[in-house]
Design a protein around this ligand. Structure first.
Ligand code: GDP
Ligand code: MG
Length: 441
């Protein structure tokens, strides 16, 4: 984060780096927290090890202890793992009729989740949904889904006594096709434990309907067993995502981390109660906070980082107001622009910068150009950065060559720098900088 405002201020923000001892001490506590949250042992171990490597040597934010800093790093790493690559995509149900297969152990919340999700798809996505229970084991299972269907206004496949799960699945597919449904959801039977018969049955159903999505429903209170359940179902049936139920209870939801780490499959939804609207999309931040149970510390470090950023912005603005704007300052700005993917941040925060922003955009100020300019500044000496006007033609050639670029490019950079420095000076005189500062505070 400290890089956000440019390397110029690195020396001001680093009060020290995390030593291996700092990290190890803090991670001992984190380890306890993860195990208490029911993260599976091997997953917790691997996770801690990865964080240990990553955290050691990282800078400690001012006014924060090394231990607190580690907790924040752990939190961020947890969010990364839970989130996986990019945001979770929407359910693939765009090919009507799309089959959505619900699998999981008995009592995990499959039937309830099937109905909740059907309601959501109907209400939020405007889908026509058909639900079918394939649970031929428990006598009342089919009626349970039927009743829920009536309650939420979603059709269920008429019950025919004596059919096998596979027969019901085929009939559901047929009905969904004939009836013009967008989605048909298959609520399978569970077992108390994983067994061959169950897996064979689910495999046969899968082969018959080729589901667009196969969601594994897991009780969020499941502890060490979550990994086995997820591995088994993913290996035998192939899942596309996970729904974590009973997250309204006391459980800290360590199963989420375990399953995400082991299967790599996204957690799509969390169940937050028995009611039909108690289903929410999975939010990595929230679940990470819950698993770690150290929200106060994370908030504290975030606050400290924010404060520091403000201080840095203030310091920078003061420098600018004095007419001080050298190549280091420019590099800081360029770094930041690159980070933020455009002319935002500090520039955007200052009134009067809008015009410059537009001009820069018009001049084709893209990431590639930013990188070239940063490379040019990097190949200048310290003195040249502090006082770029002193550069002779021969030095210019060398600096440009050092960055693998033409002198023309360097001249453009120097011109831009001069214009920006002039503008800073004017703003400083006119009091606009003070205005900007006030606005930022
Ligand atoms: P299935 O055997 O997998 O089909 O499980 P059910 O859907 O029948 O659910 C078993 C029990 O768990 C029912 O009493 C549900 O009301 C309850 N249940 C399901 N999801 C949740 C949830 O997210 N929170 C809570 N508190 N209870 C749930
Ligand atoms: Mg059921």
């Amino acid at each position: 984060l400290s890089e956000r405002l440019g390397s110029v201020f690195d020396r001001l923000t680093k009060q020290g780096a995390l030593t291996p001892d700092d990290v190890r001490a803090a991670l001992r506590e984190v380890r306890v927290a993860l195990l208490e949250a029911d993260v599976s042992l091997p997953v917790a171990r691997d996770f801690i090890k990865a964080v240990e490597e990553k955290a050691t040597g990282q800078a400690v934010t001012k006014s924060v202890t090394p231990g607190q800093q580690v907790v924040k790093i752990v939190h961020d790493a947890l969010v990364d793992v839970l989130k996986g690559e990019g945001e979770p995509e929407a359910l693939k149900i765009d090919n009507p009729p799309s089959a959505l297969l619900m699998v999981g152990l008995q009592g995990s919340g499959k039937t309830t989740t099937t109905a909740k999700l059907a309601k959501r798809l109907k209400d939020r996505n405007g889908k026509r949904v058909l639900m079918a229970s394939l649970d031929t084991n428990r006598p009342a299972a089919m009626e349970q889904l039927q009743i829920l269907g009536l309650q939420i206004g979603v059709d269920t496949l008429p019950i025919v006594k004596g059919e096998t799960a596979l027969q019901i699945a085929k009939r559901a597919k047929q009905q969904a096709t004939l009836g013009g449904y967008d989605v048909y959801m298959l609520d399978t039977a569970g077992r108390l434990h994983i067994d061959e018969v169950l897996m064979d049955e689910v495999q046969a159903v899968r082969d018959a309907v080729a589901p667009r999505e196969t969601l594994l429903v897991v009780d969020g209170l499941t502890g060490q067993d979550a990994v086995n359940v997820a591995t088994e179902f993913d290996g035998k049936v192939g899942i596309t995502g996970v729904v974590l139920t009973r997250m309204d209870g006391d459980g800290r939801g360590g199963a989420a981390l375990s399953m995400r780490a082991v299967t790599g499959k996204p957690i799509r939804f969390v169940g937050l109660g028995e009611k039909m609207d108690a289903l929410e999309t999975f939010e990595a931040e929230r679940v990470a906070g819950r698993i770690l149970g150290m929200g106060d510390i994370v908030a504290l470090v975030e606050k400290a980082q924010e404060t520091l950023e403000l201080e840095q912005a203030e310091r920078m603005a003061k420098r600018f107001a004095k007419g001080l704007f050298n190549m280091n300052d420019l590099k800081g700005q360029l770094d930041q622009m690159l980070k933020m993917g455009g002319m935002q941040g500090l520039m955007g925060m200052m009134p009067g910068m809008g015009k410059m922003q537009k001009a820069a955009e018009a001049a084709g100020f893209d990431d590639r150009m930013l990188r070239r300019q940063i490379a040019l500044i990097n190949s200048m000496t310290k003195k040249e950065r502090a006082n770029p006007d002193l550069m002779q033609a021969s030095r210019k050639r060398r600096v440009a060559a050092g960055a693998g670029l033409d002198v023309a490019e360097l001249n453009k950079l120097l011109k831009m720098h001069r214009q920006m420095a002039d503008m800073m000076k004017k703003m400083g005189k006119g009091g606009a900088m003070k205005q900007a500062l006030k606005q930022m505070m």
